[in-house]
Design a protein around this ligand. Structure first.
Ligand SMILES: [Zn+2]
Length: 271
């Protein structure tokens, strides 16, 4: 059965608001697929997670399988306020990469606790479990594979295979590490859609943003071409770049790879 991936947040680094951000949106990274009725696959818990909570409000408790690509604030900031955590009957299973000998539960537990937050993960009502990210993880009818990207403190790149379509998510990946770039091209090989970090212009990346953990649209296009994907979707928009600026990046990317779009809040992609 076909599914739909919904973009719930595609802003990089920090939430923004105002007239300049109306079309692409200001919430930080969150993607979601309802893999079976009442069971949601969530990729990253940026502030975009809030719109999922609003849709689930008032209904029966749900099940969430959450995969975190990494633990920078902009990818977990929606989590402490996610009401499902405080709802008995809801189930949440978290997968994420280890860091410095610690697993996903220990890492989140160190951030969601006083004085940074009034409650700890031991005090919440949901049925919560934590797992290491495994190879070829089945989530409902979706199979999730991963590879290691290039980002400060690390990041995982994800490939979601549905029954007849595939989507690769490469947020917060900085092009330029030959081995990581090769892993991404292999992971994305012949995917229907590649959602790729494109926070910068090539000039920005070359001059003042190298090593910051993000790519230019030019690098995203190169991966799309080398992996022969069907469509490229630019994401992790710079908080300083308004709608018109994102339009311009998209236009420049389209000149090299015509099947290019820029992610926006509410965008849906068949899976
Ligand atoms: Zn990051």
């Amino acid at each position: 059965m076909s599914r739909t991936l919904r973009v719930r947040g595609c802003r990089g680094s920090m939430t923004v608001t105002g007239d300049a951000y109306r079309r692409y949106g200001g919430d930080t990274t969150c993607f979601e697929v309802e893999v079976e009725p009442g069971h949601h696959l969530v990729i990253d818990c940026g502030t975009g997670l809030r719109s999922l909570q609003q849709e689930a409000a008032g209904g029966p408790p749900r099940r969430y399988t959450v995969i975190l690509t990494h633990y920078h604030w902009d990818h977990i900031q929606g989590l402490p306020v996610f009401l499902a955590l405080f709802e008995s009957g809801s189930q949440m299973t978290f997968y994420g990469p280890g860091f410095d000998g610690r697993g996903v539960g220990e890492i989140l537990g160190a951030a969601i606790r006083p004085p940074w937050w009034p409650v700890t993960l031991d005090e919440i009502d949901a049925d919560v479990s934590f797992r290491d990210l495994e190879d070829a993880l089945s989530v409902g009818s979706i199979v999730v594979r991963h590879a290691e990207g290039n980002h400060p403190q690390g990041v995982v790149l994800l490939r979601l295979d549905g029954s007849d379509r595939s989507i690769v998510i490469a947020t917060d990946h900085e092009a330029g590490d030959a081995q990581a770039d090769a892993r991404l091209v292999q992971l994305a090989s012949a995917a229907d859609v590649l959602i790729h970090d494109a926070q910068y212009t090539p000039e920005e990346h070359r001059t003042t943003r190298r090593g910051w953990g993000h790519s230019s649209y030019e690098s995203a296009v190169r991966v799309a071409q080398e992996a022969a994907v069907g469509r490229l979707v630019l994401t992790s928009h710079d908080p300083g770049r308004g709608d018109e600026g994102v339009d311009q990046l998209r236009s420049m990317a389209r000149a090299a790879f015509p099947q290019t779009d820029a992610a926006y809040e509410g965008m849906t992609i068949p899976l």
